[in-house]
Design a protein around this ligand. Structure first.
Ligand SMILES: Cc1cc2nc3c(=O)[nH]c(=O)nc-3n(C[C@H](O)[C@H](O)[C@H](O)COP(=O)(O)OP(=O)(O)OC[C@H]3O[C@@H](n4cnc5c(N)ncnc54)[C@H](O)[C@@H]3O)c2cc1C
Length: 409
């Protein structure tokens, strides 16, 4: 049993705290604001196991199984996972042999349900899509969307039930060192918490936290992303999309990388277009930059237009009513970072999720628990559900960053 302080109460910190408490450690999670105050409450909340690197595919298959069994694992919780599937549309710009090879790799990595579909199959299954310019697609019905607040609230409750302490509205503001180790963290309230291991799960603030410990400069840049909502939806039967079709829509990803999915009675949409590093704080997460609002010449209108190319019903599906925004913590290869700091021998980093930390969180928590159990970096991890060992080298802090995750939206 070790005393562990987890810094950050987003999905990574909360599920890590739960996994660590389950393993019998004495866990204190410290969150600067309320649980979910970072990216976890600002997410598009998609989950897929269709990734470009085998370890991430296997890890995400694990995450999907974890979330499928959520209410059995956390009996007092509500379901947190809607499995409408993910449909990645491809165009003439895509090398379809490479797409077929990708699907083969994903199946070998444990994603049995993923399919390569030609255009005729897409037309047959989703007749309301406009497939002009679409050549093929990949489809996995096991993918879908999550309810983030259920994950971090009920996850924290379950961690508490296992003995973890959850501190909110009190930021870590400093760390005491004892040679090459950290001994305690200092909180804004003046409180001091000693521990044997410290887990940096501070999301886009992970570098700031690392520096408080005298830890390394993490290769994370912070970028802003937007999510737009169409509201006041009506059945768009002129486009072949009946009232029963709307709630079953998958996450649809256009060949250019825009995406749309149902969110209750709204259509949630996003698109990665203008990534640029920003100076992020906990206080500027919700700032909408000029040009990224919902006016006729704003980015929201461009996102809707791109979605409309493949989902023509979106032009009749109500008003572009709102925009939300938050930060991605992005690494050079878009794979997260897990491992011991090196300069601080008992500081574990779990950050750099590059826009897929919500789906990654159960897998992240397993990795964090293994790192704490071993007291050293872990080259490979045996996954539950017979998913086999996965090579964790692509997440190591000292990797070469040349194995890039290509499937990032
Ligand atoms: C617009 C948008 C769309 C996204 N879409 C998806 C998606 O479809 N699917 C997906 O999987 N992911 C998506 N993501 C990414 C996902 O939301 C994040 O990767 C994930 O939430 C990261 O969780 P986290 O717990 O690591 O970090 P966070 O949720 O950011 O949590 C970090 C926490 O640390 C706290 N903190 C910071 N500093 C301190 C301190 N000094 N002391 C104590 N606490 C501190 C913060 O308050 C925060 O609550 C999206 C993100 C955005 C912004």
């Amino acid at each position: 049993m070790r005393r562990v302080v987890v810094i950050g109460g987003g999905v990574t910190g909360v599920l890590s705290a739960w996994e660590l408490a389950r393993a019998g450690h004495e866990v204190t999670l410290v969150e600067a604001r309320a649980l979910g105050s970072g990216a976890s409450s600002r997410s598009a909340a998609g989950i897929r196991a269709q990734f470009g690197l085998a370890a991430t595919v296997s890890g995400q298959v694990y995450s999907e199984r974890f979330y499928e069994g959520w209410t059995e694992r956390l009996p007092s919780s509500q379901p947190c996972f809607t499995q409408n599937g993910y449909l990645f549309l491809k165009s003439y710009a895509d090398d379809l042999d490479a797409v077929r090879a990708l699907v083969r790799m994903q199946r070998q990595a444990g994603l049995a349900e993923v399919e390569f579909l030609d255009r005729a199959a897409v037309d047959e299954r989703w007749p309301f899509l406009d497939t002009t310019g679409v050549t093929a697609a990949t489809w996995c019905p096991r993918d879908g969307f999550l309810f983030p607040a259920v994950i971090y609230q009920d996850g924290a409750e379950a961690a508490r039930a296992l003995g973890a302490t959850i501190v909110q509205n009190d930021a870590v503001v400093g760390a005491e060192r004892d040679g090459g180790l950290a001994r305690a963290v200092a909180l804004a309230s003046g409180r001091r918490i000693e521990a044997d291991v410290f887990v940096n799960a501070a999301g886009f603030m992970a570098n700031t936290v690392s520096k408080m410990f005298g830890g390394r400069d993490l290769p994370i840049t912070v970028e802003r992303r937007y999510v737009y909502f169409l509201t006041g939806l009506k059945a768009a039967s002129d486009w072949g999309l009946g009232p029963e079709d709307f709630p079953r829509l998958p996450m649809i990803v256009t060949p250019c990388g825009a995406y749309a999915r149902p969110e209750n009675a709204q259509l949630l949409m996003g698109w990665l277009q203008f990534p640029k590093p920003v100076a992020a704080t906990l206080d500027n997460q919700d700032e909408v930059e000029p040009g990224f609002g919902i006016g006729a010449t704003d980015y929201g209108a461009a996102v809707r237009k791109e979605v409309t190319q493949v989902l023509p019903a979106a032009q009749d599906m109500g008003r572009l009513a709102s925009v939300t925004t938050g930060f991605y913590d992005v690494t050079p290869d878009h794979n997260p970072l897990f491992g011991y700091d090196g300069a601080v021998g008992n500081l574990v980093h779990a950050a750099g999720f590059s826009g897929h930390g919500l789906m990654h969180a159960p897998f992240s928590a397993l990795i964090v628990a293994e790192l704490v159990a071993r007291g050293a970096d872990v080259p490979a991890l045996e996954l539950p559900f017979g998913l086999g060992p996965v090579d964790l080298g692509i997440y190591a802090l000292d990797r070469s960053y040349d194995l890039r995750e290509g499937l990032v939206i």
